[in-house]
Write a protein that binds this ligand. Structure first.
Ligand code: GRF
Length: 197
């Protein structure tokens, strides 16, 4: 059975596009929904152009009430009966309740070589630390931030003269290769780690 994939975004959605565009032919998954917390997310139009349903669940009316917000998120997602949830630049912290609801079915891409640099500003932190390589990680989501079993990593060299922006662009190219590769394996039940260099 083809697995149904819901993708959560907040912004431009370039990773979402790479995932949607990868799910063709005999791929074991298909996109069923793109959900954003932000009605202005550029990725929404890109999903619609690709014939994928979209929905906005704005977090702002809920203020600090994450429980009520996540109830709406769960309802909007469950309406599409997804088998797999892909976080792709979804800029909301998720509670353990939400994460546990999708246990073993939710993936995230993070722009660092985890376990290094959980959280934000990953590229600046890699440069400040003098790292010789950087990269990105796709992992299963568990309640701890940017934690959970690693399913794949891609590495890029840090070059002389790099800025956080230059490094982010170089890593993003790899994100667009890594996330579809991991999703294809994961949807087929293969959780072996993928390493791209
Ligand atoms: C990516 O760098 C991703 O790793 C991070 O947020 C960014 C999203 O970019 N979690 P996009 O919206 O997929 O273009």
């Amino acid at each position: 059975m083809t697995k149904r994939v819901a993708i959560l975004i907040s912004g431009g959605g370039s990773n979402m596009v790479s995932l949607v565009d990868s799910m063709t032919g005999d791929h074991p998954a298909c996109p069923c929904l793109v959900l954003s917390n932000n009605a202005d997310a550029g990725g929404l139009a890109k999903a619609q152009e690709r014939g994928v349903s979209t929905v906005v669940v704005d977090h702002r009316p809920y203020g600090e009430d994450r429980v009520s917000y996540e109830k709406q998120l769960i309802d909007a997602l469950e309406a599409e009966q997804p088998d797999i949830i892909c976080l792709a630049g979804f800029m909301r912290v998720l509670t353990a309740h939400f994460v546990n609801h999708w246990q073993g079915r939710m993936l995230n891409i993070h722009p660092s070589l985890l376990p290094k640099y959980r959280g934000l500003n990953t590229h600046a932190r890699a440069l400040e630390a003098g790292d010789s390589e950087a990269g990105c990680t796709v992992h299963e989501v568990t309640p701890a931030l940017d934690d959970g079993p690693i399913l794949g990593q891609a590495r890029v060299p840090v070059l002389a003269g790099d800025t956080a922006d230059l490094l982010a662009k170089r890593v993003l190219v790899q994100e667009h290769l890594l996330y579809p590769a991991v999703l294809q394996h994961f949807a087929a039940g293969d959780k072996r780690q993928i390493n791209l260099t």
